[in-house]
Design a protein around this ligand. Structure first.
Ligand SMILES: Cc1ncc(COP(=O)(O)O)c(C=O)c1O
Length: 733
């Protein structure tokens, strides 16, 4: 059949055109385009091959020549819109409907399926199931327009013209142009975007529900049946089992959205529209028809499609709320008060422009800006060392160390710690498998041999047992990393190092502000190093610091960082080959401002971790950074390690989060696997020797942890991550 679908670019029409085309009909659309740009995030409507951009009030008999049937969906659908302008609802929903039917009849169109509504039953007796003979009781302009349309259409029925009234239950479900001003859809988006299934009413009203696709399929069934069976007939469309109390719909939605809770808005009201409907007539007339959906399956389908793709503003904004859309078009002057276009139709799809969430980034206040500018003006001549000395004193005080030496970066600090301790060719230095390459590269740079040891499954830091097993007579030192702000079992590491007579160097690049028992990061081993890279908890843009209590080491580092010039050197005379690793005064000034704010910065980092921990609580198969009793974690980077049973690799999760505008970092790859280190002797067999690193690294991912991560950002990231996990769990099942 050749079928005209009016309102084809709306919520139901976008589905009905597809369903009718799938049923083999030649479908033509007609729509004025108010909601055409309102695409569901991530979905692209399939437009019918032919469509007319036309207001339903302007259709003539000539437009309708050659059609076998009309599915008339175009209407002002909102009850609140009806309240705002009842006369417009009457003009568009009733008068235009009757005029359209008359034009159709004149053009020889035999079938006219009208989308009426169960809302015509208004306040029904809750003890009764209302069938098509029940008295109507429309409580809104919308419902009244449907009652009056049916009355206006019925007299047109004759041998040549068969109007049929689909009294549809309240629709829900996924469409390429979804609406959130429908009860179930609204509650799903509320749950996804806020974690609350928020009822604005007391939820004690009855609502029969109908999936949008089942509505379209029912229309297809009506199209396929004899005219005599449907001429002038009204059918309630839905299923008796799908009469729900709104409260129960909320419970169904809460079930579909992990962690969501049902809440009631303050001052919630009683909704007078309440009706339970009998759908037996349609079932009897179409015994082969099967409804495919329930509220529960529809809620799950919406969650699968929309989780991570929706925000609280979708509950009120123009994209998914029809009244808001019309008001928007009127406010900007695109539509006149009678809802006719004044100018160009808007056609560009509405999609959200989401800010990308970066993986890391600093917290810079006016204080940092002012001090850095001050240094730029003053840190010259006799003041050239002033800011570095102050910054160094602050870090020394924070870590309880005697010496703090500011450097170009943490990599140079590690380099100078090794060089200053005289570590070189023939020596072995143990490093953990999972860390940034800068822990190990300087070992190679001084000519020593890095030896890769395993990490602990809980702290993700160097495993004491693996350290002990890696020690040989050539071992001079081990570099222990406080990974992502976490802390290893320092007591055992120190005991092992003491017994073996090896030096420990603490790579605290990622851990300023963390504590193990009462000792701060930076207080462990012969020397500790910090990074002030732009991604770090305390930043100077680039920068590093070495702290130590060892006077001799401090003296060597001071010499080596300054081209090998000794304190007694005369001008431009160099005693040995050194390095150029000083930090500039401007960087030190920024570091001072950051150290002044250290407590605040750590509190912010801990808040960010808490946001994620709350939002991801109860997510199966996901482990976040550990904070055992003896540790105070400054949570440089919130890190999620997935259970390998989920079958998801970090690269895949990163790609899917990336597609949603969320940047991440992979958990550090094992160093022994890195191309740069594969030829090191200890890389051979490392995958079997260091099973924890090789097991955790493939499924670990750093989540955005910059200082711009608010609770809302963490919620968005967490929702997206959870929906990725759910999608894959379903696929795997
Ligand atoms: C564990 C670890 N060590 C060393 C470094 C090197 O720090 P920088 O970039 O300041 O040289 C980093 C920082 O990226 C790090 O995370």
């Amino acid at each position: 059949m050749k079928v005209l679908v009016t309102g084809h670019a709306g919520y139901v029409g976008s589905v009905a055109t597809m369903v009718l085309a799938e049923a083999g009909h030649e479908v033509v659309g007609l729509d004025t385009g108010f909601f055409a740009p309102c695409h569901t995030e991530g979905m692209e409507p399939v437009e019918p091959g032919l469509s007319l951009a036309r207001d339903v009030r302007d259709v003539t008999a000539e437009d309708l020549a050659g059609f076998d049937a009309i599915l008339h969906l175009a209407a002002l659908s909102n009850d609140p819109m009806g309240d705002l302008a009842p006369e417009l609802t009457a003009a568009i929903n009733r008068d235009a409907t009757i005029a359209l039917a008359k034009a159709a009849k004149a053009a020889g169109v035999a079938r006219f399926i009208f989308a009426s509504s169960c809302s015509i039953y208004g306040a029904g007796n809750p003890d009764l199931l209302l069938d098509e003979t029940a008295p109507v009781n429309p409580l809104t302009a919308y419902a009244a327009s449907k009652v009056e349309s049916e009355s206006g259409l019925l007299p047109l029925a004759d041998a040549t013209f068969a109007p049929t009234f689909m009294r549809n239950a309240t629709c829900y479900g996924l469409s390429p142009r979804v609406r959130t001003d429908l009860v179930l859809n609204n509650l799903v988006v509320s749950a996804l975007s806020t974690g609350e299934v928020k009822l604005l009413s007391s939820g004690l009203a009855w609502r029969p529900l109908l999936h949008v696709r089942d509505l379209a399929r029912a229309a297809a069934a009506i199209l396929a049946t004899d005219l005599d069976k449907i001429r002038g007939q009204a059918f309630n469309i839905g299923q008796n089992d799908e009469n729900h109390l709104v409260r129960d719909i909320a419970a169904i939605v809460a079930e579909a959205v992990p962690g969501a809770k049902v809440t009631f808005a303050a001052g919630n009201t009683i909704d007078p529209r309440s009706y339970r409907v009998d759908f037996g007539k349609f079932a009897a007339a179409f015994p082969d028809f099967r409804f495919l959906h329930t509220a529960a399956s529809g809620a799950k389908e919406l969650v699968a499609a929309m989780a991570g793709r929706t925000a609280a503003e979708d509950l009120t904004g123009q994209r998914y709320v029809r009244l808001a859309r019309l008001k928007h078009l009127m406010d900007k002057g695109a539509l006149a008060a009678d809802l006719t276009w004044r100018g160009e139709r808007e056609t560009a799809p509405l999609t959200v422009k989401r800010e990308r969430v970066p993986v890391a980034g600093p917290s810079i206040t006016q204080r940092e800006v002012d001090l850095t500018a001050e240094a730029a003006r003053h840190a010259w001549f006799e003041n050239h060392a002033k800011y570095n000395l102050r910054f160094e004193a602050m870090v020394a005080a924070q870590t309880g160390r005697k010496h703090a030496i500011s450097l170009a970066h943490c990599t140079s600090a590690i380099h100078l710690a090794l060089a200053g301790l005289g570590i070189g060719p023939g020596d072995e230095v143990i490093v953990p498998e999972c860390t940034w390459v800068a822990t190990a590269s300087p070992v190679v740079q001084v000519g020593a041999t890095p030896v890769f040891a395993d990490i602990d499954p809980v702290s993700w830091c160097l495993s004491p047992a693996s350290l002990a097993a890696a020690i040989t007579p050539r071992t001079k030192a081990a570099i222990v990393v406080d990974l992502y702000g976490g802390m290893p079992d320092w007591a055992r590491l120190e005991a092992i190092a003491r017994d073996a007579g090896i030096i420990l160097i603490e790579d605290a690049a990622e851990a300023i502000g963390s504590r193990w028992r009462d000792r701060p990061a930076g207080a462990f081993g012969r020397a500790s190093v910090f990074s002030f890279h732009g991604s770090k908890t305390v930043t100077t843009g680039e920068g590093g610091m070495l702290v130590t209590d060892d006077d001799a080491l401090a003296e060597r580092v001071n010499i080596l960082r300054d081209q090998g010039r000794h304190p007694t050197s005369r001008a431009l005379i160099t005693e040995e080959v050194g390095f150029k690793y000083r930090m500039s005064a401007m960087q030190a000034a920024m570091g001072i401002a950051q150290m002044e704010r250290l407590d605040e910065l750590i509190a912010m980092k801990r808040d960010i971790f808490r946001f994620y921990a709350d939002a991801l609580d109860g997510t199966p198969g996901l482990t976040l950074n550990a904070e055992p009793a003896q540790v105070f974690n400054s949570y440089w980077m919130v890190t999620a390690v997935l259970d390998p049973k989920l079958g998801l690799l970090k690269q895949q999760v990163a790609a899917e989060l990336g597609a949603e505008g969320i940047d991440t970092r992979p958990f550090f790859y094992p160093l022994s696997w890195q191309p740069a280190f594969r030829s090191q002797p200890s890389a051979a067999g490392a995958a079997t020797r260091n099973p924890v690193a090789y097991a955790i690294s493939p499924t670990g991912i750093n989540l955005p942890s910059g200082y711009n991560v608010t609770r809302a950002v963490a919620a968005r990231v967490s929702r997206t991550l959870k929906s990725i996990l759910q999608r894959h769990a379903r696929r795997a099942a």
